[in-house]
Design a protein around this ligand. Sequence first.
Ligand code: SF4
Ligand code: FES
Length: 389
Amino acid sequence: TAASATGSDGIAVLEKPGSVAETFGIPLAVLLELTHRCPLQCPYCSNPLELERGGAELSTDEWKRVLSELARIGVLQVHFSGGEPTARKDLVELVRHATEVGLYTNLITSAVLLSRERLATLADAGLAHVQISFQGSEASLADRVGGFAGGHAKKLEVARWTRELDLPLTVNAVMHRQNLHLLPDIIEMAVQLDADRLEVANVQYYGWALKNRAALMPTIAQIKDCTATVEAARERLKGVLAIDYVIPDYYAARPKKCMGGWGRQFFNISPSGKVLPCHAAETITGLDFPSVRDGASIAEIWRDAEAFNRYRGTGWMQEPCASCAFKEIDFGGCRCQAFALAGDAAATDPACALSPLHDRIFKTAEAEATSGSDRFLYRNFAGGTAKDA
Ligand code: SF4
Ligand code: FES
């Protein structure tokens, strides 16, 4: 264990100079959700249903202090995310500060608020990478999914500017029943946009996505096609486009190793400064997440906070996980999904075939995939707005 002291900026630091990240296994990359404000209203958003209001957000100085602290404890990379991070007027200042303290910066954006000039200023400030989310490859469908007219055309424009400014580009495509038929076109779009990487991310079902599951859940046939399309494209586009692929785990026999295991490889910071073991962690009620405003250092929160330690490792597991040969491989799946579907974050993730809930949930999902309505509940601060296709 390490002793704590107070740094020059008034926050507690761990007295392990130069080796905090290594000693405490602090992740090398951290997700910073600068704001929950967003012009889009995607029905699968991973933000909590209770969005944090603009007035609660960390100030520019608070975020700068966080960035300095992250660099000091050995973090190498930050992902500026949201909501929509470009909704923060101080984004350029934050990117510049991150660069000055030695952090590699990635912007995860819907792109619709960016001008070419602002993107160029971000590049000048040291922005190292841009990831743009797409809702499809056809404007009418993509704009309906995002709930934002004209969004798709703007994204294409910003993607081109990104490459003109010589910034590496990742295309992120969140896939579900209503856009999976577009996957071959989306792959082609990513090639045309000169992206280095395409993330084919099937929707994960908690938070807003769980509310919209009946409208989003793919059929088994769609998932088979999707896997075959990705495999063929990976082969064909070797050296041109790297493709990351996340299968929806409702259709797998074993769950994903979510977040690399709770409190093992990942944390993120919410708009108001809460340090979270997972971007959807606040969907689990009854956990208390410390804030960077509370006085403890980020390294202390990572090491000591109850919310991190509750599901860290394997000691908290119940059966069937507790005596399962895979428990160190998948760490019992996803805590947020276990809470959402089993009502207990310490339960086996029902995506696992060994969960007593698996068959029932899988059958419900299968039924929703074939007969669910396409109606979305759009994400917003009012708790969601339902609209027909
Ligand atoms: Fe993983 Fe638990 Fe399922 Fe075993 S029972 S495969 S540890 S989720
Ligand atoms: Fe939170 Fe899986 S999404 S642990």
